[in-house]
Design a protein around this ligand. Structure first.
Ligand code: ADP
Ligand code: MG
Ligand code: MG
Length: 253
């Protein structure tokens, strides 16, 4: 599904090397968590996957279903089935959530060579998805993310994800700023989208999110690399001992 091979990335402007050889393989239906200290390159990894400007890939590949996505435009990546939920969802004044979703869904269908959804079909679909995620119909009419609480923004991202039916979802610190109840809602939303085929990469600081979204594999990232990979117990270890022991262990190896 996703294969990152020896990904090296530097900042275009400053020339600073941020990623120093990231390797990651995510199979269909798998949920992987990436944890690690602040500044280790977790967000940079997700930005590079999304195709954001300002980063230069100096070495390595990112394959989705065997296709190198680094050569694709951001919208082509989305059409290929990649979805990213960011740490800070953008607010879009003047554009209703409904219009935004319809535009996104139809752009994606077009890129896939499918016909646009009719207004009726779209409405039916969005209402059904919103309902299953316990999202108030009122939230669909409001401008995208404007005045939404942290929890509402996150739930809204899950709705976008549900509408676009991606193959691979990357969630970057979706838990930051969420209270326990909101975290549970987001987790339930994600879990509802797990279907044995769709894959997830969940970037998080907190083990507690992983109590709700149970990962198959946990990776620890530090200084631009994945330094350790394990099962869910690795997240618990980090929660109890912090990163210092792990980092020392790797340095001494
Ligand atoms: P994480 O998400 O793991 O906290 P980031 O990927 O956000 O880490 O950052 C990795 C490193 O790259 C940090 O040292 C950060 O300061 C630096 N960095 C990332 N983007 C920029 C940028 N646009 N300008 C300057 N430094 C950056
Ligand atoms: Mg950070
Ligand atoms: Mg980050």
């Amino acid at each position: 599904m996703l294969e990152i091979k020896s990904l090296h990335v530097k900042l275009e402007e400053e020339g600073k090397q941020i990623l120093k050889g990231v390797d990651l393989k995510v199979g269909p239906g798998e949920v992987h968590a990436i944890m690690g200290p602040n500044g280790s390159g977790k967000s940079t990894t997700s930005y590079v996957l999304s195709g954001r400007d300002g980063y230069e890939v100096t070495e390595g590949e990112v394959l989705m279903d065997g296709q190198d996505i680094l050569e694709l435009e951001p919208e082509e990546r989305a059409a290929a089935g990649l979805f990213l939920a960011f740490q800070y969802p953008v607010e879009i004044p003047g554009v209703s959530n409904m219009t935004f979703l319809r535009t996104a869904v139809n752009a994606q269908r077009k890129a896939r060579g499918e016909e646009e959804l009719s207004a009726t079909d779209f409405l039916k679909l969005v209402r059904e998805k919103a309902k299953s995620l316990k999202i108030d119909a009122d939230m669909l009419k409001r401008p995208v993310n404007m005045g939404f609480s942290g929890g509402e923004k996150k739930r809204n991202e899950i709705l976008q994800m549900a509408m676009l039916e991606p193959k691979l979802c990357i969630l970057d610190e979706t838990d930051s700023g969420l209270d326990v109840d909101a975290m549970k809602l987001v987790s339930e939303g994600v879990n509802a989208l797990r279907d044995g085929k769709r894959s997830f990469v969940v970037i998080t600081h907190y083990q507690r999110l992983l109590d709700h979204i149970k990962p198959d594999v946990v990776h620890i990232m530090s200084n631009g690399r994945i330094i350790k990979t394990g099962g869910p117990e690795l997240a618990l270890e980090v929660e109890h001992n912090g990163y210092a022991d792990l980092l020392a262990e790797v340095e001494n190896a």
